[in-house]
Design a binder for this molecule. Sequence first.
Ligand SMILES: *[C@@H]1O[C@H](CO)[C@@H](O)[C@H](O)[C@H]1NC(C)=O
Length: 218
Amino acid sequence: MKKPNETAVIRVLRGGEEHEFSIILRPLVAFLFLYVYSSLVILGSQTYHLVATLEPLVPVHQFDKLPSYYIFAGLVFIPLTQPYLHEYGEDWYNTSPRRLCERALRELPKKAGEQLVILSQVLMDDVNAGYERLAEMQVKKINGVEIENLKHFCQLVENNREENVRFDLEDERVIVLNYTSAKIATSKILMRHRIPSAMSNDLVDEKKFLETECGHSN
Ligand SMILES: *[C@@H]1O[C@H](CO)[C@@H](O)[C@H](O)[C@H]1NC(C)=O
């Protein structure tokens, strides 16, 4: 059994030729191995020395990073991370929401930047009445568009031009909100909870932000 950061040599037989790859093993070997393997087969017949640095779909650590969040109509959306699951205590593997936990440990990203977006909690208000039981579920689509990550999700909601905005969650659960009233409710809810911004800084559209900054200095 190899330990993290050891080098492993992998021999792969393709089209009757033997290809040799050497990779440096990082933690989460299973994820990385699959990735390295699938991206290497196409590369030809030399020996490759690769450091596997691809992230798993659900990040294991969040050191030095402020948590990402986006609040709309009191619904708090975040990307699923392992530290989030760790908040369920020492026995998080058994006590965290089963499906989220399984996805966190098993799923591989299909493209760079992909995140699982979940509705982590509901700040109660008339606008979201009845939706609090949908907390801890994954959100899959906004107005029929598949979500790539929290930033994409936030842009889809912010740029909504329909009268209603529709969220498709796992298990065929659907949230439909009147966009205008949801926007109004969002401001009220943020004020009530003294939350200064509906989204974390990493989601703020830089261009818009700059325009606002310039507006202030004039
Ligand atoms: C959505 O909310 C706005 C403002 O509260 C209201 O004027 C409008 O009629 C609502 N639309 C629907 C379809 O309920």
